[in-house]
Design a protein around this ligand. Structure first.
Ligand code: UFG
Length: 334
């Protein structure tokens, strides 16, 4: 049993990791500034430290006060398009903020980290499926900020004995199958929840381009169930706590799905057509991203339990149907 500080544990992937950690018997403390996260997504018996990751003293004090053994660091800005328009904001939040967490860890003597990275570190990949031997060449500031932290980790390992796993997520989607927690970003930008919104009378969806070199012209992505991501985090933690090696791993199903295929799946699952219009490419979007995840299977014994898109969309839809306004905790939300 480990005592784990989950930075960003009130957010989408972090809140699912909190559930998975507790199911595995670990003790959890959440640190979140609630700028994007939701207090109600944190179980009522989990301590919630309301502080920003930039606040080194607050993070350090949480680490010491709760006798933390390991950190899972989810807190970040994640909008690829916004990162192209506001690179400084992204560097400040994702790089400076993560360095603050690492500084607090160093001061508190906490030397185990599971870091949320992304397949956006690869950029436009030389080949697909993508494995970890590809040279990272991000094409947006978001990917650059995650890569910057990944690249700092081995130096901290050498200097300070940090042991880490960085998980390069593909496209997180779906929700806890029991419908208790799910995805609630506002405004929502991600394809599956946007398509659900567009199938249920909300804003129509704009497809960001159909002139990509893919079978139907729309981008290919690898949608990974959020509970499978959470499971990868718990496995990474367990291996590190047992003295296992640091590493960087892809976490995806290896199945590419086009934007049009996602729209068709959402229409089928919801039982109503997704209202859409064709738009132009979104800056910073690579044409095809899907994973070879053999390395994490070998190192951590990880396999996706919900690899099919239909199940992912069903769980996303079940969450949306029972929570049409998400957690309903944002007064600014229409
Ligand atoms: N898309 C649309 N219309 C929309 C929203 C998305 O056509 O309204 C398309 C995008 O162009 C992309 C695909 O649907 O081709 C998926 O887009 P998302 O915004 O759902 O996800 P991204 O692939 O852009 O980004 C997500 C996460 C990032 C992560 C990345 C890795 O937000 O944090 O996956 O691929 F880095």
């Amino acid at each position: 049993m480990a005592r784990v500080l989950v930075c960003g544990g009130a957010g989408y992937i972090g809140s699912h990791a909190v559930r998975a950690l507790r199911r595995a018997g670990h003790a959890v403390v959440v640190l979140d500034d609630l700028s994007a996260g939701h207090a109600v997504a944190v179980p009522s018996d989990v301590p919630l430290v309301r502080a920003g990751m930039h606040e080194v003293a607050a993070v350090e004090s949480a680490l010491a006060r709760h006798a933390i053994d390991a950190v899972m660091h989810f807190a970040a800005w994640l909008d690829v398009g916004a990162s192209v328009r506001d690179p400084l904001g992204y560097y400040h939040n994702n790089v400076t903020g993560s360095l603050a967490v690492l500084t607090a860890m160093q001061r508190a003597g906490v030397r185990v980290l599971v870091f949320s990275s992304t397949c956006a570190t690869y950029g436009e990949p030389e080949r697909v499926p993508m494995d970890e031997s590809l040279t990272p060449r991000p094409i947006n500031a978001y990917g650059e900020t995650k890569l910057a932290i990944e690249r700092a980790l081995p130096h901290l390992a050498t200097a300070d004995g940090l042991r880490y796993v960085a998980l390069r997520y593909f496209n997180a989607a779906g929700a806890e199958p029991d419908g208790s927690i799910g995805e609630d970003h506002w405004p929502e930008i991600h394809l599956i929840p946007r398509a659900i919104e567009a199938a249920t009378g909300g804003r129509p969806l704009t497809i960001f381009g159909d002139d990509y070199p893919t079978p139907d012209g729309t981008c290919l992505r690898d949608y990974i169930h959020v509970t499978d991501l959470a499971d990868a985090h718990v496995r990474a933690l367990d291996v590190l706590m047992a003295g296992g090696a640091s590493g960087i791993y892809n976490v995806g199903t290896g199945q590419p799905h086009s934007v049009r295929q996602v729209i068709d799946t959402v229409s089928r699952v919801v039982g109503q057509p997704v209202q859409w219009q064709m738009g132009v490419r979104r800056e910073g979007d690579p044409s095809a991203l899907y994973a070879a995840s053999d390395r994490i299977t070998q190192a951590l014994g990880w396999h996706p339990r919900h690899p099919d898109l239909e199940t992912i969309v069903q769980h996303a839809w079940a969450w949306h149907r029972s929570h049409p306004r998400g957690y309903d905790d944002r007064p600014d939300r229409p």
